[in-house]
Design a binder for this molecule. Structure first.
Ligand SMILES: [Zn+2]
Length: 179
């Protein structure tokens, strides 16, 4: 850590994203008080089996949000369809560089796969795939190569818009993986 980073840490100490308390361990993603209270998905609830891999895992049941007046929706073949976004954890922070305790041998493969699916999605259904979001942490994307973390729509979408989106997403995944 260089002097500039130390000064920045002093002026703007890293905070727990949930309770906003200053973190004792600046590299910890959440504070020790919040950690046990978060809605972790345990056992089967955290597993999702799909046919080309034997499981991927989401550690936290959480609700992300966009601004209340923002709707991630488009008309696709006459059906209102939620737009989706791929999300990648890089185990790498702009400030502190590589996050060694979040080892992930599949970062390159995951990035390549999300890019491949994004390109295919927008080729077949222009506009359905939003940007690829890159974040510092790992999000359990280290268990399997070609892990996709997908944010489908947001809290402003309806269930029908979401259902429509996943049928197109399934079609794109089928195209990328089998053709
Ligand atoms: Zn906290």
């Amino acid at each position: 850590m260089n002097v500039r980073e130390k000064v920045l840490d002093l002026l703007f100490p890293p905070k727990c994203p949930f309770c906003r308390k200053i973190l004792d361990d600046p590299r910890a993603p959440v504070c020790p008080d919040c950690r046990p209270r978060l809605p972790w998905l345990e056992g089967k609830a955290g597993e999702r089996s799909i046919d080309f891999t034997d499981g991927c895992f989401s550690p936290l049941a959480y609700r992300d949000a966009v601004a209340g007046d923002r709707k991630l929706v488009m008309d696709l073949q006459g059906r209102p369809t939620a737009r989706f976004m791929f999300f990648n954890g890089l185990s790498y922070g702009r400030k502190n560089g590589e996050i060694t305790y979040l080892e992930n041998p599949y970062i390159q493969e995951n990035l390549a796969f999300s890019f491949q699916v994004q390109v295919a999605a927008n080729e077949y259904y222009p506009g359905i795939a939003r940007k690829i979001y890159l974040k510092a942490y790992r999000y359990n994307m280290h268990f399997k190569p070609k892990t996709l973390l997908i944010e489908a729509g947001a809290q402003t979408n309806t269930v029908d818009e979401m259902r429509n989106a996943v049928t197109y997403l399934a079609d794109v995944l089928d195209t990328v993986l089998t053709k």
